[in-house]
Design a protein around this ligand. Structure first.
Ligand SMILES: Nc1ncnc2c1ncn2[C@@H]1O[C@H](COP(=O)(O)OP(=O)(O)O)[C@@H](O)[C@H]1O
Ligand SMILES: Cc1cn([C@H]2C[C@H](O)[C@@H](COP(=O)(O)OP(=O)(O)O)O2)c(=O)[nH]c1=O
Length: 190
C-alpha cells in the first residue's frame, strides 16, 4: 500500500512485489490482463517462481541489514489459487514452502464499500466481487496459522492512523527480529 513507503522511510528498506518485468512476470502480466490464458496449476507455479527468482536479491538485502517490505507474497498465491475449483490449501502452499519467512504479516482490512469508493476494480482477472469475497474468507483461514505473526490493521481509518499502526507494529517487529536467524516459510507443516 501507498502508506508503506512512507512508513518505513527511516530504516534501510526495500520493496518487493509481483515483478512484472522478468520473463516469468511478463507471462503473469499477460494472463492478468486477459491477453492470454494459462492452465490454473501453471499460473500458480509461475506466481511462485516469480517469488523464488527474487530470493537471491532478498537474501542479499537482508544480509546487508535492509528491511524488506513485501507486497502480497505467498499468501496471495495460496488465497487466490485455492479459491479456484478443485484446489486444496495443502497443494497450493507447496511451491512456496521454504521461502524467506516474514517476521510480521500485516493484513490491511477494509470493507468492500470503502475500498470501492477509493478506487474500485480495474479490468484484470480476479477483480470481481464474487471472487474477492471468496479470497477474503480464505485469508482469514490463513490467519489462523499461529506459527506466523499475522496482525490485522483497520485500513478504513484515516490515513494517519493507518500509517501510525503500521509504523508501530513494524518497528516492534524489526526490533524483535534483530539477531534472529531467517526462518523458512511453512517448513514445519505436516
Ligand atoms: N486510509 C486511507 N484513507 C483514504 N484514502 C486512502 C487510504 N488508504 C489508501 N487510500 C487511497 O486509496 C487508493 C488505493 O490505495 P492503495 O494503497 O494504492 O491500494 P492498493 O494497494 O489496493 O492498490 C489510493 O488513491 C490511496 O491514496
Ligand atoms: C502475488 C500473487 C498475486 N495474485 C493476484 C492478486 C491480484 O489479483 C493480481 C495482481 O497482483 P498485484 O499486481 O500485486 O495486485 P494489486 O496491484 O491489485 O495489489 O494477482 C495471485 O493470484 N497469486 C499470487 O501469487
Amino acid at each position: 500500500m501507498a502508506q508503506c513507503a512512507g512508513t518505513i522511510k527511516n530504516v534501510g528498506r526495500s520493496a518487493i512485489h509481483l515483478e512484472r518485468t522478468t520473463e516469468i512476470g511478463q507471462l503473469i502480466g499477460s494472463y492478468l490482463e486477459k491477453k492470454s490464458d494459462l492452465e490454473d496449476h501453471t499460473i500458480h507455479l509461475l506466481f511462485s517462481a516469480n517469488r523464488w527468482e527474487q530470493v537471491p536479491t532478498m537474501k542479499e538485502k537482508l544480509r546487508s541489514g535492509i528491511t524488506l517490505v513485501v507486497d502480497r507474497y505467498a499468501f496471495s498465491g495460496v488465497a487466490f489459487t485455492s479459491c479456484k475449483e478443485n484446489f486444496d490449501l495443502h497443494w497450493c502452499k507447496q511451491a512456496d514452502v521454504g521461502l524467506p519467512k516474514p517476521d510480521l504479516i500485516l493484513f490491511l482490512k477494509v470493507n468492500p464499500e470503502v475500498a470501492a469508493a477509493r478506487g474500485g476494480f480495474g479490468n484484470e482477472r480476479y477483480e470481481t466481487n464474487y471472487f474477492q469475497e471468496k479470497v477474503l474468507k480464505r485469508y482469514f483461514e490463513l490467519m489462523e496459522d499461529k506459527s506466523l505473526n499475522w496482525k490485522v490493521i483497520d485500513a478504513s481509518e484515516k490515513m494517519e492512523n493507518v500509517h501510525k499502526n503500521i509504523k508501530d507494529l513494524s518497528e516492534k517487529a524489526i526490533q524483535d527480529a534483530k539477531d534472529q536467524p531467517l526462518g523458512k516459510l511453512w517448513e514445519e507443516d505436516p
